[in-house]
Design a protein around this ligand. Structure first.
Ligand code: 2NL
Length: 394
């Protein structure tokens, strides 16, 4: 009785599973191997015979399904995903192989063999497709990354020099040609180097005239490049021949003044330097920048750090003084170009030079102003707005 009941149960179980396999195969679905495993385990425990033909069929069905999927795989990434799905630790095939160990000894060779064969088929299919895809992907990379070295290069937009810098370069080139050195320095300066050392002591009205940007701790934005010359004289013995271009700052803003502007100063200290050296040097410089025909004249002036002080005019490089309606000189015939003078003995003493042994001349000019005159530009603010339509004209 019990034997009959068990046999009925076995038939019921295996045929139920066989039916599941058939339906799943028709629908293209996987068969849940773990269900069969459970059934097999129960059957084995009960000492029943296990019908393994369905499992063998399932193994080869899995192999076929894997092969179809692998052939359709279009990338190495997809292939790897399929490898995990069909051969990985939680794949149906692995489940099936685990099952083998639980089967009765006589059933193992057939199921095990079927599982191994399925695995071999799958691995073969994976290897073949892997080789195909590797080649295909490399070829695709070579195609997409190919560089045509015969194509013309990408045109690189060429900049041009700012009008102020053209003047700076011309002036600096001239002095370098005479043997002067270019000296530079910080834009944030001490009150001492910017004023006191230049014979402008604290409280002197000349300080307020310069519209200084004051910073903390006795520092200022330099109002001129003279502190560079002071630093140079403090650091070396004469003779000194330097030219010092740079940015300078004053609290000023209108069509002809910007808070930042450029300055070039120059300094020559040696034995026997006179005002004649100053005039000859600066006249040659004016001819270099504005043309061989320009003349220069000196007018008396006043600066705190030079004595005597002069201003240097150049004859109008457009009309030469001949046109009373000239746009550039407004009929004056002369253009103001720079301030200069013989270095005040107080300044020489301050840096430790002996004013009895050494004399010198110094000058300062504004390359922005000179560029306005030279290129006929009426608004200085255009220089620093960075508008390419303006800047491309130079
Ligand atoms: C101007 C013209 C000038 C100087 C700058 C100078 C520098 C030292 C000693 C003496 Cl270290 N002088 N520089 C001299 C004369 C004129 O600049 O229009 N400045 C506001």
């Amino acid at each position: 009785m019990a034997r009959l009941a068990r046999e009925a149960a076995r038939l019921a179980n295996t045929s139920k599973f066989a039916e599941q396999v058939r339906q799943a195969a028709e629908a293209g679905r996987h068969v849940d191997v773990s269900k069969f495993a459970e059934q097999a385990r129960q059957a084995a425990e009960a000492g029943r015979h296990v019908d393994q033909t369905q499992v063998v069929a399932e193994a080869s069905r899995l192999a076929e399904q894997a092969q179809t999927a692998v052939k359709a795989a279009n990338s190495l990434a997809e292939l790897e995903r399929l490898r995990v799905e069909y051969l990985g630790r939680s794949s149906q095939l692995t489940e099936l192989r685990r099952l083998v160990r639980e089967l009765p000894v006589e059933a193992r060779p057939q199921v095990g063999g079927a599982a191994n064969k399925a695995a071999q088929n799958m691995e073969g299919a994976f290897e073949t497709r892997w080789a195909e895809l590797t080649v295909a992907e490399r070829e695709e990379r070579l195609r997409s990354e190919a560089v045509d070295v015969t194509l013309p290069g990408v045109p690189y937009p060429k900049g041009s020099l700012h009008p102020s810098m053209r003047v700076v370069d011309e002036v600096v080139d001239f002095f370098v040609g005479l043997g002067y050195r270019v000296a530079e320095g910080p834009e944030v300066e001490t009150d001492y180097l910017n004023f006191t050392a230049l014979n402008i002591p604290p409280g002197h009205p000349a300080r307020t005239m310069q519209d200084t940007f004051f910073l903390d701790e006795g520092l200022v934005l330099r109002t001129q490049t003279s502190p560079i010359q002071i630093r140079t004289m403090l650091s070396q013995e004469p003779p000194v021949y330097i030219v010092s271009p740079g940015k300078t700052y004053r609290r000023d803003s209108d069509p002809t003044h910007t808070p930042m502007f450029h300055q070039i100063e120059g300094l020559a200290v040696d034995r026997g330097i006179t005002l004649a050296h100053l005039k000859g040097t600066l006249a040659a410089m004016a001819r270099h920048v504005f043309g061989e025909d320009v003349k220069v004249r000196l007018r008396p002036s006043y600066f705190q750090f030079t004595e005597p002080s002069v201003e240097l005019d150049v004859s109008c490089f457009v009309c030469g003084g001949a046109d009373p309606k000239c746009k550039v000189c407004k009929g004056a015939g002369w253009l103001e170009m720079l301030g200069a003078g013989m270095v005040d003995p107080t300044v020489l003493s301050e840096v430790g030079y002996d004013p009895e042994e050494f004399t010198g001349f110094a000058f300062g000019m504004g390359p922005d102003r000179m560029a306005m005159v030279k290129y006929g530009i009426s608004d200085l603010r255009l220089f620093f707005e960075g508008d390419l339509r303006f800047l491309r004209q130079f």
